[in-house]
Write a protein that binds this ligand. Structure first.
Ligand SMILES: [Zn+2]
Length: 231
């Protein structure tokens, strides 16, 4: 008889690290049109270096070249973390409007002593019950335009399954409207559809459009709702 536990664990790890398995042949039969650039406005914590930003964007651009897409970083500000939890960071991003040169907003989280203590704690929980509490990054689902990643980590368990580069690539797919899937076909079609929105007459010509996971078109910045952090 199959024991379900290892499979659940595998599925969990899979969900944390992979958006889906690539399907080269299917991808090569989809037309992604001409190369387009997405301007990604960036907040970083003080311990993230320029070199790290460059390396992360190089890896992301390598992946996006599959779809004739490029991301260009626009470094807005070095920030102190708005709160310890990922939800605090997402809340902060969702209360920050997209300014006119930004198509997406990304926050690179660093690594503090508090984070390291938390990693030790979650490592214990991981070893004990097979669940990994630590979240590597997230994208809000209202417009799929704002998200954060842990841009810096060397902790043992993390590097077994993931890295800042793979996290950025993963969250980068969410920033193009993709959800999680076993195989990538749906995601390829979503990216193609997002690029087709560039020709939508209702699009703000100075904004790279998006689709939400449920398929709602985001054609201008006024559809990217800003929520107050105080309620
Ligand atoms: Zn994900």
């Amino acid at each position: 008889m199959l024991k379900p536990f290892p499979y659940i664990l595998l599925l969990f790890i899979f969900q944390c690290t992979t958006i889906g398995f690539h399907e080269k042949e299917i991808r090569e039969n989809i037309s992604f049109g001409k190369e387009e650039t997405i301007r990604v406005c960036l907040f970083t914590e003080p311990d993230i270096t320029k070199e790290e930003i460059k390396d992360l964007f190089t890896a992301w651009n390598e992946e996006l070249s599959l779809y004739q897409l490029k991301v260009e970083p626009i470094h807005l500000q070095v920030l102190q973390r708005p709160g310890f939890w990922g939800t605090d960071i997402l809340g902060y991003l969702m209360s920050t409007p997209l300014t006119k040169d930004c198509d997406r907003l990304v926050y690179f989280k660093g690594r503090t002593w508090g984070d390291m203590a938390f990693e030790v704690l979650t490592l214990g929980i991981f070893a004990g019950v097979g669940i990994k509490l630590e979240i590597q990054g997230a994208v809000e689902g209202q417009s799929n335009t704002r998200g954060y990643i842990k841009a810096k980590y060397q902790s043992t368990i993390q590097l077994l399954f993931t890295s800042p580069k793979s996290t950025l690539i993963h969250e980068g797919y969410h920033l193009l409207g993709c959800g999680h899937q076993l195989f990538m076909k749906d995601c390829y079609e979503k990216i193609r559809d997002v690029k087709l929105l560039l020709a939508d007459p209702e699009r703000d010509p100075n904004f790279f459009p998006n689709l939400t996971t449920s398929g709602k078109k985001i054609l201008n910045r006024s559809q990217v709702l800003t929520y107050s952090n105080n309620d």
